[in-house]
Design a protein around this ligand. Structure first.
Ligand code: HAM
Length: 433
């Protein structure tokens, strides 16, 4: 008996999900598809820590953003008095690693990473506090061809997954100077309408007026609709760049929609930004977002290195994929071994190893006193192709009884006796890989 008075159930943290086996099976299948897709475009995997210095995100994402102001899991590491943060995105970490290890020294690099990220947002369907991103970064490329290739890539992913009706929205945020000019215009527009702003937007008016444009407060939407648009303040150079991105999209038959209000929630972007949205996921409709970030390297203490990338929300992608794919079924094993008595159980373990040597997935029933009825029930639930029965008769006469659990059209009996010498060829015939 455990002598512990506190036996209250301990539950998971709100917004942080357990991925149970059937779901996890889909995750694994999707990961494999994603890795193949990424490798087909020449991307290599990189893994960066989940915990980073808080200043990395403050400088990278921007002090006056929702993420840095109110969504980061930050804490002081009392052992060495560092301020640390559970990464709210992966881009800043990859850029830090690229600077630290000088990985773009010889040539541009195409990198990807997949893993958990953390944002203290209000949880709802499709919005979590621990979620996962597939993050793609192309480092050292400065042209519009690369920006277009990123979108061509995503468009191919939708085809691979059979996902339809995802909408691509693109915008151009121009250069630093373009945005500086625009900020002045925006400031005077919002100053004139200051009484209509909410508290957070009033605070941002002088520090980062662009962030007012991606406010999630519905009360502000009609005012934001009337605000001047950045496109009207872009330099010829930026416009030409954007035009070139759009031309690449057209020549690759990628439908897109120019959304002049799209500014993205992170400060590091310049020139091209884009998002893919769907109407299948309710209010959390953005599955993928990204853009160019030519200043991030220098903002984080590196050389001036141009780069662009995007991230896909993994949970949202799985959810969306589920609308288009057939339901999954986990086959825990090919063969489920049932037995009667201790000697047969021992023999089962022994024989299972041989079957695994031949490439089969095998479960040996554990539970010495369980009836054959219960063992068959477990065999059924495992989705095995067949069950092997070992009992006294089988041991004495060197054979195995087989019960086919999923009959194919060639099978006219569902129970057979096979001598042990012939068992493996028989199984190979029944369980085709
Ligand atoms: P982001 O738009 O903040 O961009 O996030 C990328 C994707 O993560 C979103 O499009 C969405 O699918 C998913 N996502 C965001 N928040 C949540 C949440 N609370 N729960 C579930 N899914 C969520 C970035 O993070 C940039 N680092 C992307 C990037 C890479 N830009 C350049 N390179």
């Amino acid at each position: 008996m455990i002598n512990n008075k506190n036996t209250k159930k301990i539950l998971a943290i709100r917004g942080m999900n357990d991925i149970l086996p059937l779901r996890s099976f889909d995750w694994g299948s999707l990961e494999n598809i994603l890795f193949k897709w990424l490798h087909s475009y020449g991307y290599s995997n990189i893994r960066v820590p989940i915990l980073e210095q808080t200043s990395l995100f403050q400088r990278g994402i921007g002090e006056v953003t929702d993420i840095v102001e109110k969504e980061m899991y930050s804490f002081r590491d009392s052992y060495n008095d560092d301020s640390l943060t559970m990464r709210p995105e992966i881009t800043a970490g990859i850029v830090r690693a690229a600077i630290e290890h000088n990985i773009v020294y010889e040539r541009p690099r195409r990198l990807y990473s997949l893993g958990p990220v953390f944002r203290h947002e209000r949880p709802q369907l499709g919005r979590y506090r621990q979620f996962h991103q597939v993050d793609i970064e192309a480092i050292g490329f400065e042209g519009p061809d690369l920006d277009a290739e990123l979108m061509i890539m995503v468009s191919r992913l939708w085809k691979i997954l059979g996902i339809e009706n995802v909408k691509l929205e693109v915008n151009c945020l121009g250069s630093y100077q373009d945005r500086l000019n625009y900020k002045g215009v925006l400031l005077s527009f919002f100053e004139k309408n200051i009484d209509h702003l909410d508290e957070i937007s009033k605070k941002r008016l002088y520090s980062n007026p662009l962030r007012i444009l991606d406010s999630k407060n519905p009360i502000l939407s009609s005012l934001i609709e009337k605000a001047p648009i950045l496109l009207d303040y872009l330099s010829d150079k930026s416009l030409k760049y954007f035009d070139s991105v759009c031309n690449f999209l057209k020549s690759n038959d990628i439908p897109y929609y120019v959304n002049n209000r799209l500014v993205r929630g992170l400060d590091y972007y310049n020139l091209t930004v884009f998002e893919w949205t769907t109407d299948k996921l309710g209010s959390q409709s953005t599955v993928c977002g990204g853009g160019r970030y030519d200043n991030l390297f220098s903002m984080l203490g590196g050389k001036n290195i141009p780069a662009a990338g995007f991230a896909i929300g993994f949970e949202r992608l799985v959810e969306l994929w589920n609308f288009y794919k057939s339901p999954s079924k986990i086959e825990e094993c090919d063969i489920y071994i049932t037995h009667r008595g201790l000697i047969a159980q021992k023999l089962s373990f022994n024989y299972a190893e041989k079957l695994r040597d031949s490439g089969f997935k095998v479960i040996v029933h554990c539970g010495l006193n369980d009836s054959l009825k219960r063992q068959f029930r477990m065999a059924d639930l495992s989705n095995a192709t067949l069950a092997i029965i070992f009992g006294e008769d089988e041991i004495e006469n060197n054979f195995a009884s087989i019960k086919l659990l999923r009959l194919s059209h060639n099978d006219n009996v569902n129970q057979e006796k096979i001598s042990l010498e012939l068992l493996i060829p028989f199984l190979k015939d029944k369980i085709k890989k």
